[in-house]
Ligand binder design. Structure first.
Ligand SMILES: [Zn+2]
Length: 621
């Protein structure tokens, strides 16, 4: 009797013990929080080396370059099986301390490295993260600035020493900017004249296909997401959405919602952020920032996290900062696995590198790696996805549903079919194709001779679906060319409707003229690349395109433009300008204002760009 009662209580006791909610923290190793202090450069090198040595299968330390003063820009890579490549495993990075005196993020990234390595294999969340994610942690992009910063200083000094690099340049204003009027894809533009820290980071971003990134700062407490600037010239207060605005807002919330001080939004008065997040450009405009560069020039989505009101708080506060930010930092890293991922291969199963994964309605394709891998972050919802690659046929979009509370990216692989030369394939078609399967077009204005050559080339290349005729002559005896695009051109077929576009009847209104030339080319090329929509259109409609109804006016506009430039160079600018303003139309005048103030090569660039932008935006509608 006594025994059975004893046994009952014993069993009850064991039951209660086993059901008691034990804090996960009890199992975690956070011994690195003892005796908190900031780890300076020399000790940082040792710390990272120690971690690499004690976890050779999980951690690898390397440098992406050197600072102005020759300090290494150190990175610790953490992933299961770190010494081999894992196709399909997405890459994540945290970059801290690009402003040398914003130090909390720097130390938290070091803590994070310790935490992941100490708790791998013990804590399920950490194990999963390290097993499934290729993690890169960079404690400092500006080690020179950190070394001269002073603990306890909450604001940057007037000299900005410490914030900036050793040449007193703000690294977060030193990246190529999307609105830079000199912007170019040339290496000279991307790299020349930039700081060594910036160059190292640009090269790293371009060579490694990161999926997601956090950029850690201080001096405020908020999650700030792209875009960081616009072309308004204003310092702030204009919300400037990236094509993936929904994803960025979601990512900012993932962090801020879990960080109680950030979520409040008013931790550092007088600043007040709704729910602790903000669009970067709305907060204040940053030209040449790293965040936008990641998004615009690579696949990587980056969000900026400002972690403390005081830029360089006393070291004794570091454990509190860790406790506030640990869960948000981990949760943000876990978002590397949202949306869709997969491989793009050809019919033989070989990787297709440089293919574009397009999400219908979002003007931001991501590109496949050398292994054909891709990752595309998406918030819950319904999407149409296509993979497009030069030299391959277009395919129908695939419909994908991203569920709420997604924990793994949905696997979506693509097999692309190479284009084969068709019997009626035109002989001299360009083999170069851009992301839409359209051959690379040198975006520029075409004067009369260039326009005629362009149309003749199309007519010669696509004799089965085009016919070039002149409907008459202008006053100065130029032909008014019409390109017919249809199956069996040259005759009216009963029941087949006829359509026409007419452009450039005002000779100095030139964009429509270029749009029709591009449209003609697009119709012809898409017809033969297997685009069903275009085939249907061209088969069932007799399309007539008249790019210029007023070729004389166009040529006169050009002459006027050139002579105005010459006059400006030769004589008193003010007098001529006044005359000019009275004598010309607004459109042409604006062009001249722009053109005359620039070098010849810059003119060409801007002309090309404006044509390209209009073409892309109008076609997508
Ligand atoms: Zn900063």
């Amino acid at each position: 009797m006594v025994c059975s009662r004893l046994c009952f209580f014993l069993i009850l006791f064991i039951f209660i013990i086993s059901c008691a909610p034990l804090s996960i923290d009890q199992y975690e190793d956070e011994s690195f929080l003892e005796n908190p202090k900031y780890v300076a450069y020399e000790e940082l090198k040792e710390t990272l080396k120690r971690l690499e040595k004690s976890h050779p299968e999980l951690a690898k330390v390397f440098s992406i370059g050197q600072s102005v003063k020759g300090r290494e820009l150190l990175v610790i890579q953490i992933t299961d099986g770190v010494n081999v490549t894992h196709p399909g495993r997405p890459a994540f990075k945290y970059v801290a301390n690009m402003h040398g005196d914003e130090t909390v993020g720097r130390q938290l990234v070091i803590y994070l490295a310790e935490y992941l390595l100490l708790n791998y294999g013990k804590e399920e969340r950490v194990t999963k993260l390290v097993r499934d994610t290729d993690i890169y942690l960079m404690p400092s992009l500006n080690p020179d600035g950190f070394e001269i910063s002073v603990e306890g200083s909450c604001e940057s000094p007037n000299s900005l020493g410490g914030r900036n690099n050793a040449r007193n340049v703000d690294l977060n204003r030193d990246f190529p900017d999307q609105f830079d009027k000199n912007r170019s894809i040339e290496d000279a533009y991307i790299y020349d004249g930039r700081q060594p820290e910036t160059v190292a980071m640009i090269k790293w971003i371009r060579s490694k296909q990161f999926v997601l990134s956090g950029n850690l700062h201080g001096g405020s407490v908020v999650a700030s997401y792209p875009y960081d600037d616009n072309n308004s010239g204003k310092d702030c207060c204009i919300e400037t959405k990236a094509p993936d605005d929904a994803v960025f807002k979601y990512l900012a919330h993932v962090y801020a919602d879990r960080q109680p001080i950030m979520k409040r939004g008013d931790t550092c008065p007088p600043e007040n952020f709704t729910n602790g997040i903000t669009n970067g450009a709305f907060w204040y405009s940053v030209q040449g920032g790293m965040q936008d560069f990641n998004y615009i020039d690579s696949n990587c989505f980056e969000v900026t996290f400002e972690l403390s009101c005081c830029k360089y708080p006393k070291a004794e506060t570091l454990p509190d900062h860790w406790r506030l930010n640990k869960d948000p930092m981990l949760a943000f890293m876990e978002q590397t696995h949202m949306g869709i991922k997969g491989f793009v291969v050809d019919a033989k199963g070989d990787a297709v590198k440089g293919a574009f994964i397009k999400v219908q309605g979002v003007a931001h394709p991501v590109k496949t790696t050398n292994l054909g891998e891709y990752w595309r972050l998406l918030v819950p919802g319904q999407y149409n996805i296509t993979a497009i690659a030069p030299g391959f046929k277009k395919q129908r979009p695939i419909e994908v549903m991203i569920p709420i509370n997604q924990s793994e990216a949905i696997l979506l692989n693509f097999t692309l079919q190479r284009r084969s030369p068709l019997d009626n394939e035109p002989k001299d078609r360009s083999l170069r194709h851009d992301i839409d399967g359209l051959s690379v077009e040198d975006f520029k204005h075409h004067n009369y001779d260039a326009m005629v050559a362009f149309l003749r080339n199309l007519a010669d290349s696509y004799p089965n679906i085009t016919r070039l005729t002149s409907i008459g002559k202008s006053v100065e005896r130029r032909d008014l060319y019409v390109l017919e695009v249809t199956k069996d051109p040259g005759r009216h077929i009963a029941g087949k409707p006829e359509f026409k576009y007419v452009a450039n009847m005002h000779g100095n209104e030139v964009i429509g003229r270029e749009m029709l030339l591009l449209l003609a080319k697009y119709l012809c090329e898409s017809y033969y690349s297997g685009d069903e929509r275009i085939q249907r259109l061209v088969n069932t409609t007799r399309i007539h395109l008249l790019p210029s109804m007023n070729p004389d006016g166009y040529e006169q506009s050009l002459v006027a433009l050139k002579s105005e430039c010459n006059r400006r160079n030769q004589s008193s600018e003010n007098a001529i300008s006044a005359q000019w303003r009275e004598a010309t139309s607004k459109d042409l005048k604006n062009s001249v204002e722009m053109v005359c103030s620039l070098e010849e090569n810059a003119i060409t660039k801007i002309e090309k760009k404006s044509v390209e932008v209009v073409w892309r935006s109008e076609r997508d509608e």
